[in-house]
Structures are given as structure tokens and as C-alpha cells.
Design a protein around this ligand. Structure first.
Ligand code: FES
Length: 151
């Protein structure tokens, strides 16, 4: 079966940076309402640099591989640079994902943004909301979904 690239399989079987950071400076939790998968990202920040990143993903193999790859891509990078990480870049770094699995990589992008947003908010650091489109929009969708269910 060659549905998944070797890189996807590698990061799925041997995910990097799994776990939690007890004294995290920011935590981002996102989920996909359709498949029910959840991703949690922990970050440690020093002088604007992501000195440590860890994740927990309760989800499919592609979500685990995507979060693992995302942590590798942003660790050691300035926050501003980490914010520009796209799900497309994660997918490319993984050597591709099947089309119906692309939403798994979107979770990784959203989780990174949500963790950085949490850090900015907790420390009263002003931020440009347009840079958090995905994280903010993930929350909006959650609400939309909740409201829809209540009707
Ligand atoms: Fe939902 Fe992969 S199937 S994150």
C-alpha cells in the first residue's frame, strides 16, 4: 500500500516531540467536528523564540504525522515565523497526503496558531488578528456547530 509516503509513516510510527510541557507558556487545542479528532499543542517561549514545542494528538495517523512534522518545522523559530506555517507546507514536508486527509494537516496549522494566540493573550501582547485567521475561525466554527446542534 502506497497511500501514504514514507515520511508520513515515519512520523506516524515515530512521532517527534510527543508529550506535554508542564509549565507551557501557551497551549492550543483544536478539533475537527466531523471526525472528532483533537490536537493539543504546548509551547515554551523565550525572547520571542519557540524554544520547545510538544503535542498530544488524539486522532488519526495523518493528524499525528502532521503534528509531529509541524513541531519539527517550528521548533527554534521566532513566533512570527511559526505563525506563517501553513497546512500546505506541512503536507509538502510530509511528501503529500491523500486529498481526504488534508484536513488533518489543517489541524496542525490551527493548533500552532492557537498555542501562540494563547501565549499572546496570557501575556497581554498585542497581536494582529489577521495572522490568526485559522485559529480564530476554528473557534467560530465550533460555536456555529454548537448553535446548530441546539436548534
Ligand atoms: Fe480527522 Fe485525520 S481524520 S484529523
Amino acid at each position: 500500500m502506497s497511500l501514504y509516503s514514507e515520511k508520513v509513516m515515519d512520523h506516524f510510527k515515530h512521532p517527534r516531540n510527543v508529550g506535554i510541557i508542564e509549565d507551557a507558556d501557551g497551549i492550543g487545542e483544536v478539533g475537527n467536528a466531523k471526525c472528532g479528532d483533537i490536537m493539543k499543542m504546548y509551547i515554551k517561549v523565550q525572547d520571542g523564540i519557540l524554544v520547545d514545542v510538544k503535542f498530544e494528538t488524539f486522532g488519526c495517523g495523518s493528524a499525528i504525522a502532521s503534528s509531529s512534522m509541524a513541531t519539527e518545522m517550528i521548533k527554534g523559530k521566532p513566533l512570527e515565523e511559526a505563525l506563517t506555517l501553513t497546512n500546505r507546507a506541512v503536507t509538502e514536508a510530509l511528501g503529500g497526503l491523500p486529498a481526504y486527509k488534508l484536513h488533518c494537516s489543517v489541524l496542525a496549522e490551527q493548533a500552532v496558531q492557537a498555542a501562540i494566540l494563547d501565549y499572546y493573550t496570557k501575556n497581554n501582547i498585542p497581536y494582529d488578528p489577521s495572522k490568526f485567521k485559522d485559529a480564530l475561525c476554528a473557534h467560530e466554527h465550533e460555536h456555529e456547530h454548537d448553535e446548530g446542534e441546539e436548534e
